[in-house]
Write a protein that binds this ligand. Sequence first.
Ligand code: EPZ
Length: 423
Amino acid sequence: MDRIVVTGNGPLSGQIPIAGAKNACLTLMPATLLSDEPLTLTNAPRLSDIRTMTTLLQSLGAEVSALNDGRVLALSSHGLDNHTADYDIVRKMRASILVLGPMLAREGHAVVSLPGGCAIGARPVDLHLKALEAMGAELDLREGYVHARAPSGLKGAIVDFPMVSVGATENALMAATLAKGTTVLKNAAREPEIVDLARCLRAMGAAIEGEGTGEITIEGVDRLHGATHPVVIDRIELGTYMLAPAIAGGSVELLGGQMSLIGAFVEKLEEAGVSVSETQAGLRVERKNGRVKAVDVATAPFPGFPTDLQAQMMALLCFADGVSVLEERIFENRFMHAPELMRMGARIDVHGGTAKVTGVETLKGAPVMATDLRASVSLILAGLAAKGETVVNRVYHLDRGYERVEEKLSAVGAKIERVQGDD
Ligand code: EPZ
């Protein structure tokens, strides 16, 4: 398995381009199942998760081709010949559950493996299933698969989510576009990826209002047509790379960065003493000498502080002057980066969903282990400012969500390289 070797190398300078959003693309791609006309996605990120979703859609009989070196995805599903999403693919990527809503809405039946848990938590899909049942789906859970049927089609319904769920909102939103009548999603997720999905569905002919607020109203239509849609930029990749100059010092411009996508995160960065400014081409982040200040962080659904930036923010706070408290309120087990950061000398006390970080002047490079996508990149960020060499193993987690991380960071002066694994 490949590993990444980072050596602390002083302040950074230059530009980092931000790619299209993984978590937008993973819900935009299944939208092709709603129409028999072609869907083209531009500004697509080149990630292993995208390749996994491609394999899944192809296994259902959809055509998916990656053009322009993977930056454009041409999808079409006029000839679905299989309605079962197999456990072998679904277990590798939980977002596979997002084929359930669209396939059921258009085809009237779907069999999708339950995704199972993952490193950061049990991650049930009960809210996805309850929403589809409210819209008239008959669901049967057998041998780890959801067997869903809607022989006379789905019907509009009022779906009141007991808790905010990004994926359940996306599944219900896609299904509702072809349901008979009006659907109202209450306590819906407000993430930019939901707004991006609604924009794409509207371009395909869907009647949707309210995306980005907690209440989305969808008037079902008989069919959707094809469209071409640009994937919104990745706010989590953006936030991740904004932390590189915050941790290592220096000044870096993030090309394509938009303040509106990461308001709560920018507020915390500025509270810690990092400067963020808008430029013609995106956002500039600067940290002159002197340690950042300790800040308290609690994760929340958008527009709150993103859980997907919690691990990366912890890496910054390991160097802060003072004690910070991080509360992870979305997932039950998302501090697995903490013991790895402690191997580098960080002082972190974890109790349940709360981590207390006592900042130290320096960390020391060490061999560390990646456990999930965002934890792995937080170890690389810490390595940028640690003394000596940090070796991050199991980087296949990283490649799920970050395109060519070593190239993007080397381009701004980081000493980082990928070493081919011999095992
Ligand atoms: C999406 O996951 C993202 N993944 C996650 O990003 C992100 O962390 C998460 O939203 C929260 O923002 C994709 O978009 C592909 P949820 P999702 O449903 O949809 C519980 C990354 O690193 N829940 O909003 O699975 C769930 O257990 C990944 O890119 C239920 O109880 O997240 C969690 O505690 C990690 N029942 C909370 O809700 C359900 O039916 C939020 O989950 C669904 C969710």
